[in-house]
Design a protein around this ligand. Structure first.
Ligand code: NDP
Length: 483
C-alpha cells in the first residue's frame, strides 16, 4: 500500500469511539494485487490437490498458534458474542474439514470415454480452476463469511482476492498475519481494504465473484458481474420464519425461538425474524418467551459474560428502530425490550418481543437484523404455510411441532433452502455433507457448503480427439439436395 493511501476511521462497537484506521486500497492497488495473484495462480493449481493440501495443513498450524488472537480481534470488531471468541477455532475446523473433503470433491470430475454419437471420437474432460476468485464479505460474522468461500476456492486451485467489510477489518488483519507465515499461500491469497467502491474494483478484476451481504448491494454486484459476463454467487438477506404448532412443546419452542432470534444480537442472516404460533397456544407461548427473554443479559460490562452484545454497525440500530416504530404505529404491542440503549458508547437492544403484528408491517416483510421477535397467531396449518411463504426471501425456516414427522410435513412445503425441524439455527449441521440453495431474494448460485462449494470454482473443458479417419466434405450427401 503506498504511503499516501487514504485512511478510513473504524468505530469500536462497544465504546462508540474510533480506535482503529485502515489504509484504503486505490483502484491501482486492487489491479496490482490482482495481477500478482493471477501471475502466481498457475503454480498453485499445478501443485495438484495433494500439494495444495500440504500447504493448507501448514496454514492450519499457523492459525492454531494464533487462534486466541483471531478470536479477540473478531470480538473487538463485532462487539463480542459467544462465537466471536471461537472464530480462530472455527477457522481451524473449516480448513481441517476441507483437508479431508477437498480430494473427494475432485473425484469423478475427470473421465475419458468414446463418444456415443461419434464412436471414433474420444471424449476426455479436464477441470480447471477459475484463476482469480473475488470474495466480498459483510460485517456480521466477518471472518467466517470471508472464509466460507475463500477456503474452498483456494483448495480448488484458484487465487483469492478478498474485500472484507470496512466495518470489521481487525479480524482480517489478524488472519492475514497467519497467511504471511505460509509463503505459497500468501502468493495466492490477499485482501484489499475499503468500502463499496473497492468491491466494484475487485469485480473488475476477478473471473468469478462470491458475495455475501444485503439484497441492494447484491443487486449491484450481480449487475456488475453481468456486465463482465462473469458468474457470481450471491448469499443475501433473510426474513426467516418459524412455525410453532398447537401440539409443540411450548417450553422447547420458546427456548429455540429466543436463541434463534437474538443470538449475536440478531445479526445473523438466518436469524428467526418472524414467528407464527397456533392461536390456541399463542398467549401461553408469548408468556413463556417473555419470561425467558427477561433472563438474557447484555454483555456491556463483560463481553465474555453476557448473552448479547451491542450492534456491530451503528446504522443497523436505526433500521431496527424504524421497523419497531412502523410496527407500533400500525398497532403492534411491544411485550419486552423495544428501546435501543446507549451504554458507554455501545448501542444495545434487549430481546424485543412484539404481538399484534401483521404483514403490512416492515418488521414482517424486510430484514430487521436485530434481536426482535414479532409473533403472529395463525388459525390452521394452511394459513401458517401461506404466511411463512409470503416473502421475497428464502434462506431458512423452522418448524416446531408435537413430532418431528408433523414438523417435516410442514417443512417440506416451505420455500427456503434450509428447513430446521424441532429447533432453530441448524445451518451448520449441513456442513461437509451437502449444501442447499437459497430461494428468491436470498441469493443464487451453487451451495456454499458441501462438495458443490468447491466445484463452484472449477470449469470443465472437453478434450475431443478423433481416433478414426477424418470426414471428407466431398462425401457429404444432402437428402433432396442438388446433385
Ligand atoms: P452490504 O451488502 O452492505 O455489504 C457487503 C459487502 O459488500 C461489504 O464488504 C461492502 O463493503 C461491500 N459493498 C458495498 N457496496 C458495494 C458495491 N457497490 N459493490 C461491491 N461491493 C460493495 O452488507 P452488510 O455488510 O451490511 O452485511 C449485512 C447483510 O449481509 C445482511 O443483509 C445479511 O442478511 C447479509 N448476510 C447474508 C448472509 C448469507 O449467507 N446469506 C450471511 C451474513 C450476512 P463495506 O462494508 O466496506 O461498505
Amino acid at each position: 500500500m503506498p504511503e499516501t493511501a487514504a485512511m478510513l476511521d473504524v468505530r469500536n462497537p462497544r465504546t462508540g469511539k474510533v480506535d482503529h484506521r485502515i489504509a484504503v486500497a486505490s483502484e491501482a492497488d486492487v489491479a496490482a494485487r490482482a495481477a500478482r495473484l493471477r501471475a502466481n495462480q498457475p503454480a498453485w493449481e499445478a501443485l495438484g490437490i495433494g500439494g495444495r493440501c500440504a500447504v493448507m495443513a501448514r496454514w492450519l498450524g499457523a492459525v492454531k498458534a494464533q487462534a486466541m488472537a483471531i478470536g479477540e480481534a473478531d470480538a473487538v470488531d463485532t462487539g463480542g458474542c459467544h462465537t466471536s471468541y471461537l472464530q480462530g477455532f472455527i477457522t481451524m475446523g473449516n480448513i481441517g474439514g476441507w483437508l479431508e473433503d477437498a480430494p473427494r470433491a475432485f473425484a469423478d470430475l475427470e473421465f475419458k470415454a468414446m463418444s456415443t454419437s461419434m464412436p471414433t471420437v474420444e471424449v476426455e474432460s479436464q477441470v480447471v480452476a477459475y484463476p482469480l476468485v473475488g470474495v466480498i464479505s459483510p460485517w456480521n460474522a466477518p471472518l467466517m463469511l470471508a472464509l466460507l468461500d475463500a477456503i474452498p476456492a483456494l483448495f480448488a486451485g484458484s487465487a483469492v482476492l478478498l474485500k472484507p467489510s470496512e466495518v470489521t477489518p481487525r479480524v482480517i488483519e489478524a488472519l492475514f498475519k497467519t497467511v504471511a507465515l505460509v509463503p505459497e499461500l500468501a502468493a495466492v491469497f490477499d485482501y484489499v481494504a475499503g468500502a463499496g467502491e473497492v468491491g466494484q474494483w475487485v469485480i473488475g478484476q476477478a473471473d468469478t465473484i462470491c458475495f455475501t451481504g444485503s439484497v441492494p448491494t447484491g443487486r449491484k454486484v450481480a449487475v456488475a458481474c453481468a456486465e463482465r459476463l462473469i458468474p457470481c454467487n450471491l448469499e443475501l438477506g433473510g426474513k426467516d420464519p418459524c412455525i410453532v404448532t398447537a401440539t409443540a412443546d411450548l417450553d422447547r419452542a420458546a427456548t429455540a425461538v429466543l436463541r434463534g432470534a437474538v443470538y449475536a444480537t440478531g445479526q445473523v442472516c438466518y436469524s428467526v425474524e418472524r414467528v407464527y404460533v397456533h392461536e390456541s397456544v399463542h398467549d401461553d407461548f408469548v408468556e413463556l418467551l417473555v419470561a425467558k427473554a427477561a433472563e438474557v443479559r447484555l454483555n456491556h460490562d463483560n463481553p465474555r459474560a453476557g448473552h448479547i452484545g451491542p450492534f456491530t454497525f451503528a446504522p443497523q440500530a436505526e433500521i431496527v428502530q424504524r421497523h419497531l416504530a412502523d410496527a407500533v404505529a400500525k398497532g403492534a404491542v411491544i411485550r419486552s425490550g423495544g428501546t435501543v440503549e446507549a451504554i458507554d458508547g455501545g448501542l444495545y437492544l434487549r430481546p424485543t418481543i412484539l404481538t399484534g403484528v401483521d404483514h403490512s408491517m416492515e418488521i414482517m416483510q424486510d430484514e430487521t437484523f436485530g434481536p426482535c421477535i414479532p409473533v403472529m397467531a395463525y388459525r390452521d396449518t394452511e394459513e401458517a404455510i401461506r404466511l411463512a411463504n409470503d416473502t421475497h426471501f428464502g434462506l431458512t425456516a423452522s418448524v416446531i411441532a408435537g413430532t418431528a414427522e408433523e414438523a417435516k410435513a410442514i417443512g417440506k412445503r416451505l420455500n427456503a433452502g434450509g428447513i430446521f425441524m424441532q429447533d432453530t439455527f441448524l445451518t451448520f449441521a449441513k456442513l461437509r455433507t451437502f449444501g442447499s440453495d437459497s430461494f428468491g431474494w436470498s441469493g443464487y448460485g451453487a451451495p456454499r457448503i458441501g462438495p458443490e462449494s468447491l466445484r463452484r470454482f472449477l470449469r470443465r473443458k472437453s478434450l475431443l480427439t478423433q481416433t478414426g479417419p477424418v470426414a471428407d466434405i466431398r462425401n457429404d450427401h444432402h437428402l433432396g439436395g442438388a446433385k
